[in-house]
Ligand binder design. Structure first.
Ligand code: ADP
Length: 367
């Protein structure tokens, strides 16, 4: 178990593409951190830099108090003491489950008797007790992913790195493995860095979430902080499907540019720096209520309506803006005319959206 510290990490690929820029992040011992962001935002690059497959061009990466990479040197991946699980379970098909799991211990020259005991121990941990002699080809996708997980933790890694490790699995298996992964990593106090494109998974599993965009950190925070207090309009849109309106805010409220959306000041929270002038209003789907009817200024039509257990997921075309609504109540039908009512919104002054805001990189106390 171990902490991971990234200090001013920048990474430029040989072709000049900027993979990471100005990354400052301190992951506490025992913390479960999820990396999320749009495709191409730098999630994989960051994970690979921690793993040692990529060397930073600037800055440094430390595991506990040991610098494992800076612009001059980079400790090889196999000497960093990390465990890794990828999307495609890289399990050797001709080896038994037991032999697959034992492999890292063979490499580490752990004596045979201890090896057997440790393999049995992790097989029980990941729910594979009794499967030792099986050929991986006879297992389900979820079981094979458990083999990959067991192999990643059998060497008692300092940090577990997960790269879309659950993404290839179908629901509801994925859902149950998520729960197991969480209780397993907690019970053994593992530090975990988990890359996922699945926002719900990140919110469900992580102590803290790191939102990346353009190789930079946009925000770091607990799931609740990210959902209720996104620091940029882009984070609100990416994580929570917020609808964005550009316009102007003054003492009386917000008025959109060339659009009838207007929100009085008492319903607006200031998300970014400052709070008046031109900028972006972000409205979470939970704060958009619909009612039947039409109005000159509110002419809107339902273009998509998906049933949900807690609330329906509805998209309304409101004079050129696709507004997302997710509130309990009756299910509106595609084609119905509705009035959009905004209950709460967050305003971000124009400058606050340009590039990343400075964010605290101090870890929360791990569980
Ligand atoms: P993500 O995992 O969030 O989808 P990546 O970390 O893969 O994003 O990519 C970050 C940026 O680095 C993107 O602009 C991507 O095109 C670029 N990139 C990734 N791998 C390479 C590579 N081997 N050579 C050049 N550019 C790359």
């Amino acid at each position: 178990m171990s902490s991971v510290t990234l200090t001013d990490v920048g990474l430029v690929y040989p072709n000049g593409t900027v993979g990471l820029e100005g990354i400052n992040l301190a992951i506490a011992d025992g913390e479960f951190v999820a990396l999320v962001g749009p495709s191409g935002s730098g999630k994989t690059t960051l994970l690979r830099a921690i793993a040692g497959f990529l060397a930073p061009s600037s800055g440094s990466i430390s595991l506990d108090d040991t610098v494992v990479a800076d612009s001059r040197r980079s400790v090889e991946p196999e000497k960093r003491g990390l465990g890794m699980v990828f999307q495609q379970h890289a399990v050797w098909p001709h080896w038994s489950v037991e032999r697959n799991i034992a492999y890292p211990l063979v490499l580490a020259k752990v004596p045979r008797a201890e090896r057997a005991a440790r393999v049995a121990e992790v097989m029980a941990l990941v729910g594979l007790a009794g499967f030792g002699k099986r050929n991986p080809a006879t297992l389900s996708g979820g079981q094979r992913q458990r083999v990959a997980l067991a192999r990643a933790i059998v060497g008692r890694p300092r940090v577990l790195l997960l790269d879309e490790a659950l993404s290839a699995l179908d629901e509801p298996l994925r859902d149950s493995l998520r729960l197991e992964l969480q209780s397993l990593t907690r019970s053994i106090g593992l530090t975990v860095v988990h890359v996922t494109h699945d926002r719900a998974e990140a919110l469900a599993l992580a102590d803290r979430i790191v939102v990346l965009d353009g190789g930079r950190i946009q925000q770091v925070g607990s799931p609740v902080e990210l959902v209720t207090r996104p620091v940029t309009a882009a984070v609100a849109r990416f994580l929570s499907d917020a609808t964005l309106f550009t316009g102007r805010r003054d003492a009386s409220g917000f008025v959109a540019d060339g659009h009838p959306c207007a929100v009085p000041t008492e319903w607006i929270e200031t998300g970014g720096v400052g709070g008046h002038g031109t900028g972006t209003l972000a409205v979470l789907p939970e704060d958009v209520a619909l009612r039947p009817g039409t109005g000159a200024a509110t002419d809107a039509v339902v273009t998509s309506s998906l049933y949900g257990r807690a609330s329906n997921d509805v998209i309304v075309q409101w004079q050129g803006v696709a507004v997302r609504s997710r509130v309990p109540g009756r299910r509106y039908l595609v084609g119905e005319r509705v009035v959009v009512e905004i209950g709460r919104a967050m305003f971000y002054e124009a400058e606050a959206n340009e590039g990343a805001l400075p964010v605290a990189s101090v870890p929360v106390t791990a569980r």
